[in-house]
Design a protein around this ligand. Structure first.
Ligand code: PLP
Length: 407
């Protein structure tokens, strides 16, 4: 018996929302989309086969999709000969109902990278800067390079402490921002920005600036969510993804949530039909009681243990509430990254603003024990032993910079 996944809960959506024809097809064809794995690959050693060694470098979830989501994928396969557009509406409506949102404020995408790029491309420009925290997730900056917008990087407040977004400085950075990007919890630090600061940002931003709140990692923490800003009709777009807690980075599914007129700006870029495997896995995961809390605890316990061990060894880490954190290695981060890679433990990226820190993704308890062993060995060497080590780069298009034509 095939599941009745294409029954539409209601027809409150405009069909236009779901048949986003490529009004912006020529812009889309020319536009590069940048994702975390691409950024991780740009810094990863040559021959870093994902099947070899331990990969705690790209903020993936080693648990993968839940058992129920996997079963749903298998069950839907026989129907893969069809587009099943209705599943997109059904997924958006399911999420809207769970969150108390108006269905027309939810758009479904194959991950959150597409709406992230589209928002920056649509709302920034030569005279409309992008304001972003540093260190922060760089994808919006690459999109801003493409739109020709000035990029105003604002250092995180209290870098040796809470390392949250410096909302006051972000507001002061431009009188005419196109997009103010706030990632909560932040990638790469895993730190959260207090709700009062986010409220202040939303309330005090210039009236036509879009506040892009990226909640890719929000399920790992219990901090207040930002969807209520959309319910209130504020100039806010919230991004969600199934790539992190739900373990579906390779399946690809996500949401943009915003006022109808804001989402219309994203519609300009069109949309390919979405994979029905990912849509059914996403819906199944959303409806799975206890999944978020269970996984939050699994990742949280491992994170807390790892951070406690690093502290006992004398290292400073950011106070993460997510599946990644920054670790100060007190010598050039890229040398430690290279030395760890030689032991087939692939750790994450280095941000120019914090050159002696490396980003660590929280893996399984076993992976983190292997990390501890290799890290102890690497750091037991004097800095002179690792000095000058460089991870060998991938050849060709993935080398050095994700988009050579924009750098
Ligand atoms: N936003 C942040 C902060 C991320 O770290 C990532 C990926 O790591 C994304 C968005 C995009 O993820 P995806 O396109 O897989 O949903």
């Amino acid at each position: 018996m095939l599941p009745a996944v294409d029954s539409v809960a209601s027809s409150s959506f405009s069909r236009r929302s779901f048949f986003r024809f490529a009004a912006g097809a020529s812009a889309l064809a020319a536009m590069p989309i940048l994702t975390e794995p691409r950024l991780a690959l740009a810094q990863i050693p040559k021959f870093a086969d994902p099947n070899i060694g331990i990969h705690i470098d790209a903020n993936e979830n080693p648990l993968g999709p839940s058992e129920e989501a996997r079963k749903a994928v298998v069950d839907i396969l026989p129907r893969s000969g069809r587009y099943l557009f209705n599943m997109e509406m059904d997924l958006a409506e399911t999420f809207a109902k769970l969150e108390g949102l108006a269905p027309e404020t939810v758009r479904v995408f194959a991950g959150s990278s597409d709406p992230l790029h589209y928002t920056v491309l649509a709302c920034t420009g030569k005279d409309r800067p992008l304001v972003i925290a540093d260190p922060g997730y760089e994808a919006p900056m690459w999109a801003a390079k493409f739109s020709g917008a000035p990029i105003l990087k604002v250092p995180l407040a209290d870098p040796n402490g809470a390392a949250s977004h410096d909302v006051k400085a972000m507001l002061a950075a431009s009188s005419n921002p196109g997009v103010i990007y706030l990632c909560n919890p932040n990638n790469p630090t895993g730190t959260c920005t207090p709700r009062a600061d986010i409220e202040s940002l939303v309330s005090n931003a210039p009236k036509d600036a879009v506040i892009l709140i990226d909640e890719a990692y929000i399920h790992f923490c219990t901090e207040p969510r930002s969807l209520d800003f959309v319910k209130e009709g504020r100039n806010v777009i919230v991004l969600r993804t199934f790539s992190k807690l739900y373990g579906m980075a390779g399946l690809r599914m996500g949401f943009a949530v915003g006022r109808k007129d804001l989402l219309a700006k994203l519609d300009f870029f069109g949309q390919n039909p979405l994979p029905i495997t990912a849509m059914t896995a996403a819906k199944t995961s959303l409806l799975q009681t206890g999944l978020v809390a269970t996984r939050r605890k699994i990742v949280g316990d491992t994170r807390v243990e790892t951070l406690a061990w690093l502290k006992s060894e004398g290292y400073h880490c950011t106070p993460s509430e997510s599946n990644c954190f920054m670790l100060d290695v007190k010598r050039p981060g890229k040398e430690v990254q290279a030395a760890m890679a030689a032991k087939e433990i692939f750790i994450g990226r280095i941000w120019p603003a914090w050159p002696s820190s490396v980003r660590i993704t929280v893996g399984t308890p076993q992976e983190m024990m292997a990390f501890r062993k290799a890290f102890t060995e690497v750091m037991a060497q004097p800095p002179s032993a690792t000095a000058g080590l460089e991870p060998p780069r991938l050849p060709g298009r993935l080398a050095e910079t994700p988009f050579p034509h924009l750098s």
